[in-house]
Write a protein of this length. Structure first.
Length: 216
């Protein structure tokens, strides 16, 4: 889980008048992080076996049934890769966000396929900047959540999971040939990694626009 930093929390505000939407909340693993504000959750609620009793809005994130400018902050973590029309979802966030509010987003940059068949996209820095400019957001910060070592570690872990448990599964057999699993699994598995990006956007008020920045 990625918890907003204390400085980010101070910028975000607190109290019951500060309203946060967890867009694509699922089982709401981040709910406790927003106990100091009014927390509301939206999800399409379509995954079998999940508890959706806490969901306030059962809807697609491209069409949230609330008035314009309701939320001070929208939190959307590991959701947009599962949305068929991410631009439409981000435009909806722009509609329901208050002037000067922020959107905090996380999404995979390079990650294995998951929750199929509802896995559609991966996101680069250029993609975030493109969507922000297109829709009318201002980029406040783009941050890598995991670096090269995290990516390599996940790749090796994924490769290890793909290897069948057997004796003699080494880089080569005694006769010099490769083991049976080499051609069938290794090359495709090692491309899997866990690098992600977290992005914060804001609809900056005119007097705040000069303070917004893009950070590496």
């Amino acid at each position: 889980m990625h918890e907003p930093s204390p400085s980010a929390r101070r910028r975000g505000g607190s109290g019951p008048d500060f309203v946060v939407l967890d867009a694509g909340a699922g089982s709401a693993p981040y709910r406790d992080l927003f106990s100091h504000v009014t927390y509301e959750a939206a999800d399409v609620a379509a995954t079998p076996g999940k508890d959706y009793s806490h969901i306030d809005y059962r809807c697609d994130v491209v069409d949230v049934p609330v008035a314009d400018g309701r939320f001070d902050l929208i939190w959307c973590s590991q959701v947009l890769e599962h949305v068929r029309e991410p631009e439409r979802a981000l435009r909806e966030f722009h509609r329901i966000l208050k002037r000067g509010g922020e959107v905090w987003l996380t999404a995979p940059f390079y990650y294995e396929e998951h929750e199929m068949p509802w896995d559609f996209f991966r996101y680069t820095r250029s993609a975030w900047e493109h969507f922000a400019e297109l829709i009318g957001f201002e980029v406040v910060e783009i941050e890598r959540m995991e670096g090269a070592f995290g990516t390599v570690a996940y790749s090796l872990q994924a490769a290890a999971r793909a290897m069948p448990p057997s004796t003699g599964a080494t880089a080569g057999n005694s006769n010099g040939s490769r083991p049976r699993w080499w051609n069938s699994n290794w090359r495709s598995v090692v491309r899997i990694s866990a690098s992600r990006r977290t992005t914060r956007w804001s609809t900056a008020a005119p007097d705040e626009a000069s303070r917004a920045s893009v950070r590496p």
